[in-house]
Design a protein around this ligand. Structure first.
Ligand code: PMV
Length: 391
């Protein structure tokens, strides 16, 4: 049976949520919990896709539908597939499950399709691709609703000269870019690239409105949102490995990100002087990044706890989050909410994950333990690929 399995990690935010909306740096860390996407050729004659054994319903899975348009269009003769989604990331809890799904699905489909290159001496750099999406290419448009021809490059650059298959055809930037575009479609045009880039590249990702000194700059990401054009600079960091862990505590309280972001915007409208608190979060994040780079995890933890005080002050924490953060404090280096707040999850940095996890569970949270900075997207299996080659 022809099948491919790809996986991508979830994420949590170490510093800078909310302030990142106003251009300050934010830091996200990939976690050990992953989403797996397995695709195989269906055996039926139907043109319908299957998802977890049932007929695929595009309305229920807008992410998959948008990826399908970009990488696996019926109109070019792509055969129907059966897709199975598994993993350990709870949905809608601020841990990046939808971005991880989009990254893993994009990677699996790229393996299933392979990639045409436009010259025979290719080094497989984006400029050598005859098809695909990259931050380095502006003659293909991942955002266009006019897919899939937009993934083919124009003129001689689109000449299909050499074919590569297997995991070599996969590109982390392409998967992050597709995932960001489809997140934006699913979220009414508003999505930061934090989740998509972290779930694709893994380790630690820093987002900012400028290129930050001392970090490995990867690319710029742009998005036209209903409020205007946005641009982010994406950097990766590989901090020195130490014996530290993340313990994530889920309050089980659902609080939509959009509401929390609106709350902060309203506060700033009523009291513009409170932008100082947002700026303080930015300064804490910068200090936290320096501590990370030097492997000083005690200072990283302290910066996380300071960040929490500011998140509390701008009104995005909650009694449930505070309970879990207080419970984690004695056994951890630092703890704070992660994501939009108001509910959702908190995260503690600790050298004693068992004690921290037990304390959080005693206070009523459901915990997940992760090492610090997991591997990005991975191709787990690729039997008999490609499934289909664009003629
Ligand atoms: O809850 P999450 O993981 O979607 O994170 C939201 C982070 C915010 O800074 C609050 C919003 C954003 O778009 O960055």
């Amino acid at each position: 049976m022809q099948h491919i399995t790809a996986s991508a990690p979830g994420k949590c935010i170490l510093f800078g949520e909310h302030a990142v909306v106003y251009g300050h740096p934010a830091v996200a860390v990939a976690i050990d919990q992953r989403i797996n996407v397995r695709i195989e050729m269906t055996e039926s004659d139907s043109h319908d896709w299957k998802l977890d054994g049932l007929t695929f319903d595009p309305k229920r899975h807008p992410h998959i539908e948008a990826i399908k348009h970009r990488l696996w269009p019926n109109s070019l003769g792509a055969p129907p597939l059966s897709i199975q989604i598994g993993g350990q990331i709870p949905a809608a809890s601020g841990l990046g499950s939808s971005a991880a799904l989009s990254v893993a699905a994009s990677a699996a489909l790229r393996v299933a399709r392979g990639r045409w290159l436009n010259n025979s001496n290719s080094k497989n750099q984006p400029e050598d691709w005859a098809e695909g999406f990259s931050s380095a290419l502006d003659d293909t448009d991942v955002h266009s609703s006019n897919q899939p021809d937009d993934s083919m490059r124009k003129g001689e650059l689109g000449n299909k000269v050499e074919f590569i298959g297997g995991s070599e055809a996969v590109d982390a930037d392409e998967c992050a870019l597709i995932a960001h575009a489809v997140e934006a479609i699913a979220q009414g045009g508003r999505a930061s690239p934090m989740d998509s880039s972290t779930c694709s590249h893994g380790d630690v990702v820093v987002l900012s409105d400028c290129i930050e000194e001392g970090l490995e700059w990867q690319y710029s990401r742009r998005l036209k949102t209903p409020e205007g054009d946005r641009e982010w600079q994406i950097h990766t960091v590989k901090p020195p490995i130490e014996d530290v862990y993340l313990v994530i505590g889920n309050t089980g309280v659902h609080a939509p990100t959009s509401k929390q972001v609106e709350k902060v915007a309203e506060m700033l409208k009523q009291q513009p002087e409170r932008i100082k608190e947002i700026e303080t979060i930015g300064m804490i994040a910068k200090r936290g990044i320096k501590s990370l780079l030097s492997g000083d995890y005690e200072s990283v933890g302290r910066a996380m706890s300071e960040n929490q005080l500011m998140l509390q002050s701008i009104g995005v924490s909650s009694p449930e989050l505070e309970d879990l953060i207080r419970a984690a404090a004695p056994s951890s280096l630092g703890a704070k909410l992660t994501g939009a707040g108001g509910g959702g999850c908190m995260v503690a940095l600790t050298t004693n994950p068992k004690a921290t996890s037990e304390a959080i569970e005693l206070a009523g949270g459901i915990t997940i333990i992760s090492t610090f900075g997991a591997q990005g997207l991975a191709i787990e299996e690729a039997a008999e690929s490609p499934f289909w080659i664009v003629e």
